[in-house]
Ligand binder design. Structure first.
Ligand code: A2P
Length: 337
């Protein structure tokens, strides 16, 4: 086992922070000291880790000296304010927000796709991609390597856990309210999410796309190292608690058969193929993704409308591979250096 290191989890009380602790525990990450940080609201609370209660500390008054690896998941503003401070104090910061993802001197890394990029981090910061990009990259990197990808058309079916704990509560509350003939009262989302779908994530931009959609464009190019890839995303929020899904239509540079794609993806790291052409022979967030590590791929077929088109369905637990698991895998890469 590697020498244990001092780890800080920033946003430890959030949906992703909680999953980070679970993944650190499951993977037996070698921890000397564990610091759990959140806002002053949560300071003093105890969170169980490996049978011990660890007291949550207020990030604002915490001294980062001595922290080796800091996993940040408390939103972009907190990352911008505190990430550089932790890095200056000597920690490697693994940041789950979009605060640093698009900076040239911050690597954006999916552990199965471009792990070597994590080593070059002049700011001491490594960015974890957006959850939707993460699972897309795991599924598409093997195809990109084999035949090249020219264009990606994607519609996402994103669960509410991606928005955070308050959104999980909102879906539960609205569902209960509606089943009791009461008003669903939207608070986190602009319109009712229970028994509905919302074609909107993030902020609207001048080009008509949303910020969540443009993340898919920018991050795909950066991770695959190819600025010529065209990406056309539609982000949709669906009333699912955990697990994002994606209907993905790609146009490759050279033709690839569905059979060859299936063969490639069946042995690719981080992927589990569930692709039988029968009822239930495909992965869904509830039956496969939720609570599990792999990116599940199914419905692989050649696009009948394009000579170099391939369609697939991708689903993964957005909190695990989409955030916490990849962050811990990045920490493992750092540890292995
Ligand atoms: P807290 O629980 O104290 O508010 P989620 O995305 O699931 O809502 O989680 C957000 C995480 O970010 C929580 O752990 C939350 O802590 C933390 N957080 C939010 N605001 C701050 C802040 N000002 N300082 C430190 N942590 C914060």
């Amino acid at each position: 086992m590697k020498n244990p290191v001092n780890v800080a989890v920033v946003g430890a009380t959030g949906a992703v922070g909680e999953a980070m602790l679970k993944v650190l525990d499951e993977r037996d990450f070698p921890i000397a000291e564990l610091h759990l940080l959140a806002s002053a609201r949560s300071a003093g609370e105890k969170i169980a880790f490996k049978g011990r209660g660890i007291t949550v500390q207020d990030l604002a008054t915490f001294d980062p000296k001595g922290v080796d690896i800091a996993l940040f998941s408390a939103g972009g503003d907190i990352s911008k304010d505190y990430g550089p401070k932790f890095a200056e104090a000597g920690a490697v910061v693994i940041d789950n927000s979009s605060a640093f993802r698009y900076l040239d001197d911050v690597p954006l890394v999916v552990s199965e796709v471009n792990p070597e990029a994590a080593k070059n981090r002049p700011r001491g910061i490594i960015a974890n991609p957006n959850c939707s990009t993460m699972q897309l990259m795991v599924a598409l990197a093997p195809i990109q390597r084999e035949v090249g990808i020219e264009r990606i058309n994607i519609a996402t079916y994103q669960s509410v856990s991606g928005t955070g704990r308050r959104a999980l509560e909102e879906l539960g509350r609205q569902t209960a309210a509606l089943l009791n003939f009461q008003d669903p009262k939207p608070e986190v989302y602009p319109v009712q999410i229970a028994f509905n779908v919302i074609p909107h994530g993030g902020d609207f931009l001048d080009n008509g796309y949303t910020s969540e959609e443009m993340k898919l464009v920018w991050e795909t190019r950066k991770i695959l190292g190819d600025d010529t890839i065209q990406v056309n995303p539609t982000v949709v929020r669906v009333p699912v608690f955990y697990g994002h899904s994606e209907a993905v239509h790609i146009e490759t540079r050279e033709k690839i058969s569905a059979e060859r794609a299936r063969e490639l993806l069946s042995t690719a790291p981080g992927i589990e193929l569930v692709d039988e052409r029968k009822a239930g022979g495909y992965p869904t967030p509830v039956t496969h993704a939720s609570g599990n590590d792999p990116v599940y791929v199914g419905r692989i077929r050649e696009d009948i409308s394009h000579p170099r088109g391939l369609s697939l369905w991708v689903t993964a637990d957005n909190i695990r591979k989409g955030a916490a698991l990849n962050a811990v895998q990045l920490a493992e890469l750092v540890l292995a250096e």
